[in-house]
Design a protein around this ligand. Structure first.
Ligand SMILES: *[C@@H]1O[C@H](CO)[C@@H](O)[C@H](O)[C@H]1NC(C)=O
Ligand SMILES: *[C@@H]1O[C@H](CO)[C@@H](O)[C@H](O)[C@H]1NC(C)=O
Ligand SMILES: *[C@@H]1O[C@H](CO)[C@@H](O)[C@H](O)[C@H]1NC(C)=O
Ligand SMILES: *[C@@H]1O[C@H](CO)[C@@H](O)[C@H](O)[C@H]1NC(C)=O
Ligand SMILES: *[C@@H]1O[C@H](CO)[C@@H](O)[C@H](O)[C@H]1NC(C)=O
Length: 769
């Protein structure tokens, strides 16, 4: 929607009210007023981060934690606008949690408050906290610029959608998921989420909302504040810091807060629909708040047909077990035996948590069985939501037998459909999906589930994680004999370590059969930290396994085939080289583009070799481990960007450059766009031209970070594949280089691995796997 002033029908109908408004008669003005409120909050955020940096720098850990909590409120009000594209990009740098990134907390891109939280509370590492606080401050400074005078261009639709989405998110996800895992300050977060929504909403009321609708929102907000006050009487005041520790809030209190938040969210939705009745409302935001995790591997599947089939067969047996163990739950419910039903629920939850390792192959059943409300636009109010978590809610929170039986019907049907697929349709499964599933689940547990209490109401998360580990082991076992001894030893050891950890965390509850689980709410932060470490270790060892599987599945080059163009200047034309189609939007720099070597020398792309350590945009040096393009002979068109600082960058037009916290294709850069230079300095583009030059090169460094090419920060990604997918595809290869020790020959352009890399059209195919 263009940034024009809009006066919708509902507003016209309420013209009398509008005429008396001092705040303005248009939705855009109402939006701008709300953004100005948040700009003030951003101005308040900046000194709080200065105080945090000072406290961290003083070396006083307790003072640093206090300053951290004190610094949290303003952004939690501002994040209501993450629906706006520019602000959403900044949100990913300020407030994302590890599961929004392919590498979880190992991902170099992960930054913001939660990284500081981890450094201060879980790791107690002030050195790390100083760096993460510094990065956070840079992003917040950019945020304040974007909010001033609504430079980000927030539209009325974005503002209203943001209000509705955040209100539902608090109800559907945050209240159950412990937003602040390590600092335990979640109540503080919720309060400021509410305040942010309210700050944006108030101007809309004045801009033409029908009085009855406005009154509905007002009373819902009052009820919400009352519910909050009941949970945290001392913390409800706007300026109160800190809040009551969220881990001490009971299930009943969480339920009351959640309920009030849903009522408020629904009233906001009505208000938005009334205000935008002439617009078609856009769906939920694509901000960091809702993203999942995926870490694809690329495998030549037919090389592992037997191993894959063995894993699926194990899951088919688990699926039948799942059907059996749900029977006692139904029996207990039918008898109205609530405590028996809860015991049967706990005993019946395991098998699917193993099978879900392969959930990507049966998304429909997975959603019907295991989705949580936060996956739906309107949370628990969404008619589409059902499944095992609806059973959980009915048993543990609401004690509602008919609701539990109805939800169980849906689960039974979906499980039956799943068993049929596992028994009869091997075409749905492949070695690639198997490894993708193992990598994704082993990362999801540490990056997301541990912090989020997978089973909010039943408190059975320790069981969930245990079954997740068993599922991964079941899929991994058939592959184990095909791995090298060191990697097999590493994966086995990490699986064994998880089992041993359960022996201490949940002593007396047998690993294979025990169903008397310790409440997850009763685990300490240190214990959660050890679960986290154990699963991250598993994930890293599986990455090494994935790298070996890729290498083993790759056919050896046939003898006599002439090598493809190599980065060190091998033959220009070769039948096995992948040509760069004119339209593939290659991700490249010309032969003459330069990078800086460790030691200070400048070298042209054409003279760069695998293993050379080159300067990255962050200022450090990292070795080149692969080229996704290296062709010295092709003549191609490049965009040439000249900056006020005198730098000249040439790159293909679809090559992404970091701009304002996001990525912009070189071909979309215009005069006045600010590019990033060494040391984080920026300089505006003063001239844009199209030039013809020789060679196409795209080196990737081991740390996966932005490069400095011709003195300008550049990504190594292209518009032809999403950067997240490209990074994930490269991750196992990076691990292989670092750990398995591939020769530079194997990684040069002459290797068949070449074809597996993200370049042009080939990547589209990989993405669709
Ligand atoms: C603290 O963090 C720094 C920077 O990330 C790291 O180099 C160091 O090893 C960490 N210290 C400990 C004790 O983990
Ligand atoms: C914001 O707008 C006001 C009024 O137009 C103007 O005076 C001020 O300079 C603007 N601020 C910025 C940072 O652009
Ligand atoms: C939720 O709140 C509404 C309105 O305040 C109330 O009618 C309803 O009973 C509440 N439900 C629960 C489960 O507390
Ligand atoms: C590793 O685990 C696999 C599968 O569980 C097993 O078959 C194999 O014997 C184990 N190897 C070692 C060295 O422990
Ligand atoms: C946590 O577990 C311990 C021992 O298992 C028990 O004594 C304690 O009451 C539990 N605390 C809570 C809050 O459940």
């Amino acid at each position: 929607m263009a940034r024009v002033t809009v006066l919708v029908a509902a507003a016209a109908a309420a013209a009398a009210a509008v005429a008396t408004s001092a705040l303005g008669a248009t939705l855009q003005e109402a939006t701008d007023t709300g953004v100005a409120f948040l700009a003030d909050r951003c101005a308040a955020q900046q000194p709080l981060l200065v105080a945090l940096a000072d406290a961290v720098g003083s070396g006083d850990a307790a003072a640093a934690r206090a300053a951290y909590v004190a610094s949290r409120p303003p952004y939690e009000e501002i994040e209501v606008l993450a629906t706006n594209e520019a602000l959403g990009t900044l949100d990913a740098r300020i407030d994302a949690r590890p599961y929004a990134f392919d590498g979880g907390e190992d991902d170099p891109e992960w930054a913001g408050f939660h990284r500081v939280e981890r450094d201060l509370y879980r790791d107690g590492n002030l050195t790390a906290a100083a760096a993460s606080t510094a990065a956070l401050r840079i992003a917040v400074d950019e945020l304040c610029v974007a909010l001033t005078n609504n430079t980000a261009g927030v539209t009325p639709t974005e503002s209203l959608d943001g209000q509705v989405a955040l209100a539902f998110e608090v109800a559907a996800k945050k209240v159950s998921s412990e937003e602040e895992t390590w600092s335990d300050a979640s109540l503080l977060i919720f309060k400021h989420n509410y305040r942010g929504i309210w700050g944006l909403f108030t101007p809309f009321k004045e801009a033409g909302l029908a009085p009855a609708t406005a009154a509905e929102v007002d009373s819902a907000y009052e009820a919400l504040l009352a519910a909050y006050a009941a949970v945290d009487p001392a913390g409800v005041a706007a300026a109160a810091v800190p809040a009551r520790p969220y881990s001490a809030v009971t299930v009943a209190e969480r339920a009351a807060l959640m309920n009030a938040t849903y009522v408020f969210a629904a009233s906001l939705r009505d208000a938005r629909d009334a205000l935008l009745s002439e617009e078609s409302p856009t769906p939920a935001p694509a901000s960091s708040r809702m993203e999942g995790v995926s870490t694809p591997a690329v495998v030549r599947d037919e090389a592992y047909a037997d191993e894959t089939a063995a894993g699926v067969a194990a899951f088919a047996a688990q699926c039948q077990e799942q059907q059996r163990v749900l029977v006692p739950l139904r029996t207990a419910l039918a008898a109205g035996d609530m405590s028996g039903a809860r015991a049967a629920y706990a005993a019946g939850r395991g098998p699917y948590e193993q099978i879900e390792t392969l959930a990507a192959a049966f998304e429909e059943e997975d959603t019907a069985i295991d989705a949580r409300p936060d996956a739906f636009e309107y949370g628990e109010l969404d008619p589409e939501w059902g499944g095992i978590h609806a059973v959980e809610r009915a048993l543990y929170r609401d004690e509602d037998v008919p609701a539990a039986l109805a939800a169980l019907d849906g689960v039974d049907a979906a499980v039956a459909s799943l068993c049929t697929k596992l028994e009869n349709d091997l075409s749905l499964f492949s070695a690639t999906t198997t490894w993708e599933g193992m990598l994704a689940l082993s990362l999801e547990v540490p990056a997301k589930k541990i912090s989020s209490e997978e089973e909010t109401w039943s408190d059975l998360s320790l069981m969930i994680f245990r079954e997740n580990a068993k599922g991964i082991r079941a899929l991994y076992a058939p592959f184990a004999p095909r791995l090298s001894a060191p990697v097999r030893g590493a994966v086995n050891a990490s699986l064994d370590a998880i089992q041993a950890l359960w022996g201490t965390l949940d002593a007396g509850n047998d690993w294979d059969t025990g169903v008397n689980f310790r409440a997850f709410a009763n685990t300490t932060i240190a214990e959660r930290g050890s679960i986290h470490t154990a699963f991250m270790t598993l994930h890293r060892s599986l990455q090494r396994g994935a790298a070996e599987v890729i290498v083993a599945a790759t056919p050896k080059p046939s003898p006599g085939a002439s090598p493809a163009a190599s980065p060190t200047g091998a033959p220009a034309t070769s039948p096995t080289a992948t040509p760069v189609p004119a339209d593939d939007g290659g991700t490249c720099f010309p032969s003459s583009a330069t990078v800086e070597l460790e030691g200070g020398a400048t070298v042209a792309m054409a003279d760069l070799s695998i293993g050379d350590r080159i300067r990255t945009a962050g200022g450090s040096f990292s070795p080149v481990y692969i080229f996704s393009h290296a062709d010295p002979s092709v003549v191609a068109e490049f965009v040439q960007l000249t900056t006020a600082s005198g730098h000249t960058l040439r790159a293909t037009s679809s090559h992404y450059l970091p701009v304002g916290g996001g990525l912009v294709a070189a071909g979309s850069v215009t005069v006045g766009t600010w590019l990033t230079l060494a040391g984080g300095r920026t300089s505006p583009v003063t001239a844009v031209a199209t030039v013809v030059a020789t060679g196409l090169y795209n080196p990737h460094t081991l740390d996966g970070s932005l490069l400095l090419v011709d003195g300008v920060a550049t990504s190594t990604y292209t518009t032809s594949v999403s950067p997240g997918v490209a990074a994930a595809l490269l991750a196992p290869l990076r691990a292989a280089y670092a750990v398995v020790g591939w020769s530079t020959e194997a990684l040069s352009g002459g290797s068949p691995l070449w074809r597996l890399l993200p370049h042009g059209r080939a990547v589209v195919g990989v993405e669709e796997l």
